[in-house]
Design a protein around this ligand. Structure first.
Ligand code: EPZ
Length: 427
């Protein structure tokens, strides 16, 4: 069992480059099912979830090859299968993203229901309802979604919730449907917009990318693409918090501030100095102390739920009280009890956490429960006095490309160890 060991108290200084976005890479890989050829992506992050998606696609008959750092070649000219098995889907909910494109290409798909996860029940009812409106016949049987659609046809779809992967699934199902599809109350996240751009580059006819209303006119066929994946805005935000919590001074390269306005606004309110330096990157300075700030997670362009746990770690050391409201997922406070073990003063009432800043945190053995919670614990460990050991580090590996290496390059005393080799490994 891998763990991250951090000796806290080091100020982060230097420069670091953000990797490609997990939540843009996964839908991009799914979209390759829509073409019968070879696509090439660059700036693909080497993550556990990307490897899981690769296994999903190879199980269908695709061939995926890493061609050098960050470059992935995807050959979908020989797709035979239509099934995404439970063994793979249960480890990564984003597997649901193959449902739409597989249905569009093969006329049928058998995808395991993802089931819940640590942060919530995470149903996919809106994905299925939209696909039925596009003409799919869907049966739920033995834990699987069994969908058939000899020919998808355009429809007027209103999403009760602006679901990110739901919007992405329906967009991919609609691009070769017969007629026009309008998706209202669509998700506007930059990763959704990027998928629309990839589909358009493949030859799809999509209007309104990045807005709440998508108009998709079905086309006959799509062509392969070469595309560079956008930088990961959540990793960029996580690194900004790392600078703030250690009172550091770091140049973060490759991030696009226009995708992080809500996060940057709140970090500035919390006392961080964040200055864009044109193409060089963004200078982040955290040595002005940490002020408390309230946040409420909302769909884009609101404050992203994927940054809530990281922001909370910063607020545990703020001077004052901050109120953190989580409106997207029903159980995304799993990091609270672990932060409390480190001396944080946090009270949870329903979907709100009240954080009373303390003067210091103390290192402790803690357990990661989900991807962003594990990032939050690492951030707290950077500032805590003494040693923090974050177990179940595989959560972190799912969505961050060598985060511990990036932090170490900035001066943090952080390393990954294998706890099974005995605690003496901790040194
Ligand atoms: C995407 O998940 C991201 N994952 C999540 O990132 C992110 O937290 C989330 O969007 C919100 O921004 C990927 O892009 C791979 P939703 P997704 O559907 O699409 C409810 C991370 O840390 N809902 O937008 O699954 C749902 O329960 C991950 O990188 C339904 O009720 O999220 C939730 O409360 C975690 N029915 C809300 O909508 C549905 O059919 C938003 O979920 C679909 C969703």
């Amino acid at each position: 069992m891998k763990a991250i060991v951090i000796e806290g108290g080091e100020r982060l200084v230097g420069e670091v480059r953000v990797s490609g976005a997990k939540n843009a890479a996964l839908p991009a890989l799914a979209a390759t099912l829509l073409v019968n050829d070879i696509c090439r992506f660059t700036n693909v992050p080497h993550l556990r979830d990307v490897e899981t998606f690769r296994a999903l696609l190879e199980n269908l008959g695709a061939r995926l090859q890493w061609r050098g750092k960050g470059e992935m070649e995807v050959d979908t000219s020989n797709i035979k299968g239509v099934t995404a098995p439970y063994e793979l889907v249960k480890t990564m909910r984003a597997s649901i993203l193959i449902l739409g494109p597989l249905l569009a290409r093969m006329g049928e798909a058998v995808v395991s229901l993802p089931g819940g996860c640590a942060i919530g029940a995470r149903p996919v009812d809106l994905h299925l309802k939209g696909l039925e409106q596009l003409g799919a016949q869907i049966v739920l049987e033995h834990g699987y979604i069994k969908a058939k659609a000899p020919k998808l046809k355009g429809a007027q779809i209103y999403l009760d919730i602006p679901t990110v992967t739901g919007t992405e699934n329906l967009m991919m199902a609609a691009v070769m449907a017969k007629g026009t599809t309008v998706i209202e109350n669509a998700a506007c996240e930059p990763e959704v917009e990027e998928l629309a751009q990839i589909l358009v580059k493949m030859g799809a006819d999509i209007e309104g990318a990045g807005t709440k209303i998508l108009t998709i006119r079905g086309v006959e066929k799509l062509r392969p693409v070469v595309y560079s994946i956008m930088p990961d805005r959540i990793e960029a935000g996580t690194l900004m918090v790392a600078v703030g919590i250690t009172r550091g001074n770091v140049l973060i390269k490759g991030c696009r501030l226009e995708h992080l306005e809500a996060v940057v606004g709140k970090l500035r309110e919390a006392g961080l100095e964040i200055s864009p330096l044109e193409e060089k990157g963004v200078r982040v300075v955290g040595d002005h102390g940490i002020r408390s700030a309230d946040i409420k997670t909302l769909p884009y362009p609101g404050f992203p739920t994927d940054m809530q746990a990281q922001f909370m770690a910063l607020m545990t050391l703020a001077n004052g009280i901050s109120v953190i409201s989580e409106t997207i997922f029903e159980n995304r406070f799993m990091h609270v009890s672990e932060l409390s073990r480190m001396g944080a003063d946090i009270r949870v009432q329903g979907s709100t956490a009240i954080v009373n800043g303390v003067a210091r945190l103390s290192g402790a053995p803690v357990m990661a429960t989900d991807l962003r919670a594990s990032a939050s614990l690492v951030l707290a460990g950077l500032a805590a006095e003494g040693r923090t050991v974050v177990s179940r580090a595989y959560h972190l590996e799912r969505g961050y490309e060598d985060l511990e290496g990036k932090l170490a390059s900035l001066g943090a005393k952080v390393r990954k160890v294998d706890l099974d080799e005995g605690a003496d490994k901790l040194g």
